[in-house]
Design a protein around this ligand. Sequence first.
Ligand code: SF4
Ligand code: SF4
Length: 516
Amino acid sequence: MQYRRLGRTGLEVSVVGFGSAQFRLVPEQRALDALKHGFSLGVNIVHTAPDYEGADDLVAQAVAESGKEIIVCHQGYGDRAHIEWLFETACKKFNKERLELFGIACVDDRELLGENVWGAGGHIEFLQQKKREGRVRGIFCTTHGSPSYIRRLVESDAFDAIMMAYNPLGFHLLSYNQSLREKDSLTEFVPGNADVIPSAARRDIGLMLMKPLAGGLLCEGKAFPPLGSLAAGVAPLRAAEILRFILLNHPEVSCVMPGTASVSEAEENARAGYSPLTLPHGRREAILLAIDQLRSCLCSRCGRCDELCSKKLPVSWLFRDYYITINQCMQFETLDRLEYHVLHPWAEAACGSCADVTCRCPFGIDIPPALVHIHKEMEKFREMGLLPVPADEDPSGEDNALRPFAARLFRKEIPPALDRGQAHLFRLVAENVGAYSWRPSPHSGGICLLVFMGGELVHKVRLRGETPPGEKAHFVFELRSPSKSGFYRLQFVLLDESFQSKETGADLLTLEVQVR
Ligand code: SF4
Ligand code: SF4
């Protein structure tokens, strides 16, 4: 593994680090195995956050079990009391008096939300105080702000390191409509972030790059194999070569931080940072060619066509939700109001019957057939039960409104049939529609999902992260099917064990499943 200095923090970090936002979508053991495998291959830096549904607990557990010295990028937000509480909580979780890195999560969002970042008693002042006290070695921030915003962060000299999005495609799975840039100088523009790199290097500010694989748009993820192909005919790229491509092109960058959520991803990503950092002859040109081709068939959400549609369809947002749906790794980032069927509520594809085709894409995307195809695919995913269940289709909606502890099933991923005696992956997302915040409990008691098969309790899945009313919690687990074939009744009940019985829990779903 190669190591580079993280700017003025003086920390030597592996050129490939791991992001942990996707851990909520995989079973806990899979996340632990991925981390520990990466650590054994020399990865020594991980980014995590208190709002990643317990990812920080998993990172703490993996670090402790590995016995290695790992640099963890912790982050905070909120008012002074909250950020202070998050700082102390991180220290406790990692059993440290002094953290290597602590930062501000999405500092541009903090400003938009009116949090006190720069003023007296604000985030920067708090972090500098912790540094003076010797409680933290380096101060960093993450940002999805515009290049000019990031340049201002650099010039402020407030941070020892900055984490920003960058990849050679120029956008990523979550990119927002970039035409907003003119109205909102805080909006991210990935290609422009490259221009910030030299000035950060001149000030000895460490740069960590997130979204190096464009959230799965540049290459297929191993932890979340896509449900379909986005770029038929384009020669596939590998994660390792893209990571190397970035590291070779930008020697001033300290590390790339791809989200890594399986052992095979950990293996490939980590080894991308091994010596010698080179690409085979001719591969660089092949990568550039493939990226060019991807740009002409993937919607970058530049937003230029959004105002052009005669039926007022928000075209770029339809593409975005489709990409997120088929890539799965970031489904938790979709806002309800930006989901495909909210934006396009009709049974038939609007473009299929359009008599006034006014949309145009300067990058060569043939929008009408592309959106007809997307509609067909999204209808298929809806029939498979993979899309969110709208609140008005929730049968328990009215009852829930009367209960302090109440939940509704928001999304499910359940195998259509199970193979005898095999382990199968289940993902259920529950929305807190009750009156109080769900809190994870490290001990017995607290909120958990009970799984019954044929009337017997076969599995219990604990809540991983705090879930306030209106928010969603992921319950992801593997279930071994019975050794006898037949049809079994599966029941999923969410329960607050602190004071309720199964009868008063929230019945999320009951279905019949075939074991074959
Ligand atoms: S379809 Fe083309 S013009 Fe429209 S948002 Fe996507 S890239 Fe931009
Ligand atoms: S073809 Fe579709 S996107 Fe284009 S103008 Fe018609 S409805 Fe709008």
